[in-house]
Design a protein around this ligand. Structure first.
Ligand code: ISJ
Length: 289
């Protein structure tokens, strides 16, 4: 917790392509310097972001939805999300040709909390309730050596999908690349919600920031990011092994950045099933700041 008005809020952010529009003002002038006086950003993976918030090493985090059920004393900052209302492209279950129903073991990307929980629900409810889950580093070949299917998220998933034909040519092995957000929506009728900004309930105490100023910082950053997609495509083309057209499609067609009513319904459905299938401890209320 911050104790003086000059103390900055510690922000745990995710070092993937998908949050880039949310981070626009935090990473670009003219707002960057102003926001640097309010927020101290540290980048990591989704699971690490949650850990930093829950262990008190961060005040605000782009937190995987699953983590919110672990500590519902946290407050959701309204407005922004990482979600999908169609294909998400970066959350994949990769299986052998026999499909997920035949998978006995699933290697789970250790950087994921939420997609891992969704995957477990999909197996328990629809595909194979007996499947076993093994946490593994996100390397497809390694994962498929020890399991029948693999969950990949984020940039490693985007790259694996781009490489899918080349991999099949290389290895002679045909794999299925299942987009889990599309699968989830077809089965449940609600959007897939991965993450949202979450803060410790006492985070604003001791700072001079009001609730409205804080919400505006995040919402304006997202809005500015969405008007700078061309710039983001240029920036990211040199950082990730993807074509500019894929980066653009991912930021404009795949990821949905507005935490709207449909996403809130999606979250409630996710939490209800997660509790029903013993994937998460309890079904939390959605508490907004
Ligand atoms: C869309 C994605 O969402 C991310 C996936 C998360 C998870 O699986 O725990 C958490 C935060 C999101 O930023 C992705 O990484 O592909």
């Amino acid at each position: 917790m911050n104790t003086s008005s000059s103390a900055r809020l510690r922000l745990a952010a995710i070092d993937f392509l998908n949050p880039a529009p949310l981070m626009w003002d935090f990473e670009h002038e003219p707002e960057k310097s102003r926001l640097a006086e309010r927020y101290d950003i540290r980048y990591s993976t989704p699971s690490r972001c949650a850990e930093d918030l829950f262990t008190g090493q961060a005040d605000i985090g782009l937190v995987p939805a699953a983590a919110y059920a672990i500590d519902p004393t946290m407050l959701i900052i309204p407005g922004c999300t990482i979600a999908a209302k169609g294909n998400i492209r970066s959350i994949l279950l990769v299986t052998r040709e026999s499909g997920p129903g035949a998978a006995q073991t699933v290697a789970m990307d250790t950087s994921s909390l939420t997609s891992a929980a969704y995957t477990e629900i999909l197996f328990r409810k629809y595909w194979n309730p007996q499947a076993r889950f093994i946490p593994v580093e996100p390397q497809l070949d390694k994962m498929l050596r020890i399991a029948d299917a693999a969950l990949l998220i984020g940039d490693p998933a985007l790259i694996a999908l781009e490489d899918s034909q080349a991999r099949a040519d290389r290895t002679g092995e045909e794999l299925l690349y299942i987009d889990l957000a599309r699968e989830w929506q077809q089965k449940t009728g609600v959007p897939w919600v991965s993450a949202f900004w979450t803060m410790r309930a006492d985070a604003l105490k001791g700072t001079s920031l009001s609730r409205e100023e804080l919400v505006a910082d995040f919402v304006h950053s997202r809005n500015h990011g969405l008007t700078h997609i061309d710039d983001l495509v240029e920036e990211w083309a040199s950082r990730i092994a993807l074509s500019k057209s894929i980066i653009r499609a991912y930021l404009t067609e795949n990821i949905h950045y507005v935490l709207d009513q449909a996403c809130k319904d999606g979250l409630r459905t996710f939490f209800r099933y997660a509790h029903e299938y013993s994937v998460l401890p309890e079904e939390p209320e959605l508490n907004f700041m």
